[in-house]
Design a protein around this ligand. Structure first.
Ligand code: SF4
Ligand code: SF4
Length: 219
């Protein structure tokens, strides 16, 4: 994913404070991407800007992280958390429907934990010459209190992953994911995963070139 983003040096990255803004730091160095916001930001103010983008036909890629939480700024409920301001269950407002209503013609929803699908979706968006596109990455944040919709729509298995030290060749590709659960021992030249910190997202599994990473309990 890092390589996917890094070679596009002419792209301006715009975003507010959020986990995604921190993607501009190493190891992701993703500052070249595009407009990036969480679902809470989208419903707070991003929707206004996207209206302008749609109306003016701007050549912009807007990535909306539909992670159903107000993450770094306080975990307040928003139209994607499934709870209203009183903490009561509430019906979600669908991001894709709103984007379609604004008149954006090129919209894709993708599982952000599927790196192949993410790469294909970014290629699709960057190939768009002069029309706006929207990518909605849909997966609930690991920190949120899951709503009934979250539980119904996603496989939220958090079984951690493990590294088979016999297979690990010490290439450090897994570290490029930026996941804080990953450790690298410079003496043994092997990676490992802190079990208490791993949420079983499988992203590191997908980048390991020798299949040294698996879910705990899997063969
Ligand atoms: S499975 Fe996900 S959370 Fe666990 S170590 Fe790999 S990238 Fe980190
Ligand atoms: S990507 Fe795989 S082989 Fe490379 S360091 Fe990580 S676990 Fe080891």
């Amino acid at each position: 994913m890092e390589e996917q983003i890094r070679h596009r040096k002419d792209t301006v990255m715009i975003g507010d404070i959020g986990c995604y803004a921190l993607g501009g730091a190493a190891p992701l160095n993703a500052k070249d991407l595009a407009v990036c916001m969480g679902d809470s930001t989208f419903f707070h103010t991003g929707i206004n800007s996207l209206t302008d983008v749609a109306y003016n036909g701007s050549n912009a890629i807007c990535v909306i992280l539909d992670n159903r939480i107000t993450g770094m700024t306080g975990h307040q409920d928003n139209p994607r958390t499934g709870y209203n301001i009183k903490g009561e269950p509430a019906t979600l407002i669908d991001v894709e429907t709103v984007v379609n209503v604004l008149g954006i013609k090129h919209v894709r929803t993708v599982n952000p934990l599927d790196l192949k699908a993410m790469k294909e979706t970014l290629d699709w968006a960057f190939a768009m010459e002069d029309e706006p596109s929207v990518i909605i990455t849909k997966w609930p944040c690991i920190l949120k209190k899951y709503s009934k919709e979250d539980k119904a729509q996603f496989n939220l298995d958090k079984t951690p992953c493990v590294v088979d030290a016999d297979k690990c060749i010490g290439c450090k590709k897994c570290l490029s994911t930026g996941c804080p659960a990953l450790r690298y021992d410079s003496e043994t030249k092997k990676s490992s995963i802190a079990q208490a910190d791993c949420v079983g997202c499988t992203v590191c599994m997908q980048v390991c070139p020798v299949q040294a990473i698996s879910r705990k309990g899997d063969k």
